[in-house]
Unconditional design. Structure first.
Length: 338
């Protein structure tokens, strides 16, 4: 056990230096760590741009800025002071992420790691496991009770900029997961004509597709949020939390809708919803058209430069029908007057 100064609070370091969706799928694990080690300081190594989202979970005491291009393991961590009492690798299953934490000499390391270091015991990595279930199983193996269904985050106190809107998010990190803007526009146009308020969101620097969707759909001025910059997370969280429905590809905003309990229609292409989809719930609809005989988990290139063929099989009419289904499921039944 590492010597610590008097009054020094023991620390848990969690490595998850990835994106918004990755953070939100780790919420059940962060909650389990918080519950099982209430006296510890929970430190999360994650990109600085996620600071507001990390704070919104209410589960992390301090963010340690860390990141690398794509989904690579950071080259190092700016850790100071005594080694962490516990280090948890929620980043991957290889020696790179495990080694990054081992160099800090934690008293205890929780990791999958492949291959396992000689003489160590660790749980077995499963390639076919949902992201939430994978990391909860890791903690459960080490004796920490973690429930993958414990994924909700609190809604923010700030008001929504568009309460009751249907939110469309045409963006994604890679082109392979971006449904065509003209199809989003067709959905937006039909929803607008049906009397729904429609809002289109965009991340920093990718406002062009969102503006195209709004223009082709004939939406009013102000229907696009973000684009030049990210929508500030508290405002985005309030928007999604008060939305009637979110229509989105396999990206971070889909996980935000799940975390807030907002109905969603999620469009999948190169990667199966079995790995990243919302939990079974009538409020969420997954659209996914694989071909029999192909890889059932990752049939396409998640980082491809063109929309995935499976994503292109999803039609605008299919999305509209799914929106109607989730809205019906989310509408409380009318009370009898008798």
């Amino acid at each position: 056990m590492t010597a610590r100064g008097a009054g020094t609070r023991p620390r848990v370091l969690v490595l998850r230096a990835l994106g918004l969706g990755d953070l939100l799928t780790a919420v059940p694990c962060l909650r389990a760590l918080r519950r099982s080690m209430p006296a510890h300081e929970i430190v999360l190594a994650a990109p600085a741009r996620l600071a507001a989202a990390v704070a919104a979970t209410g589960l992390v005491d301090r963010l340690l800025p860390a990141g690398a291009p794509g989904r690579a393991v950071p080259a190092g961590l700016a850790w100071t002071g005594p080694p962490p009492e516990v280090a948890v690798d929620l980043h991957g299953n290889g020696p790179a992420s495990r080694g990054l934490l081992q160099r800090l000499r934690p008293d205890r390391l929780m990791a999958y790691g492949h291959p396992h270091p000689p003489g160590t015991a660790a749980p077995e990595w499963r390639a076919d496991e949902h992201e939430r279930e994978r990391w909860c199983r890791l903690l459960n193996w080490y004796g920490i009770d973690a429930d993958p269904a414990d994924l909700r985050i609190p809604r923010p106190p700030c008001p929504s900029p568009a309460p009751g809107a249907v939110v469309l998010h045409p963006g994604a990190d890679s082109a392979a997961r971006r449904w065509p803007p003209e199809r989003f526009a067709a959905v937006a146009r039909a929803l607008n004509r049906a009397g729904h308020r429609v809002v289109v969101t965009a991340g920093a620097g990718v406002g062009r597709p969102a503006r195209r969707v709004a223009a082709e759909a004939g939406l009013p001025p102000g229907a696009v949020l973000g684009g030049a910059d990210d929508v500030p997370f508290p405002r985005l969280c309030a928007l999604v939390g008060a939305a009637r429905c979110v229509v989105v590809g396999d990206t971070g905003l889909a996980h935000l809708a799940t975390a807030l309990g907002t109905p969603s229609v999620v469009l999948f292409g190169p990667v199966a919803p079995r790995l990243w989809g919302p939990p079974p719930d009538a409020r969420h609809r997954v659209l996914w058209h694989p071909v029999p005989g192909e890889d059932p988990l990752r049939p396409g290139d998640a980082h491809g430069t063109v929309p995935d063929a499976r994503l292109l099989r999803i039609t605008a009419q299919e999305v509209l029908e799914a929106v109607e289904q989730v809205l019906d499921a989310a509408t409380p039944p009318a009370r009898s007057s008798s």
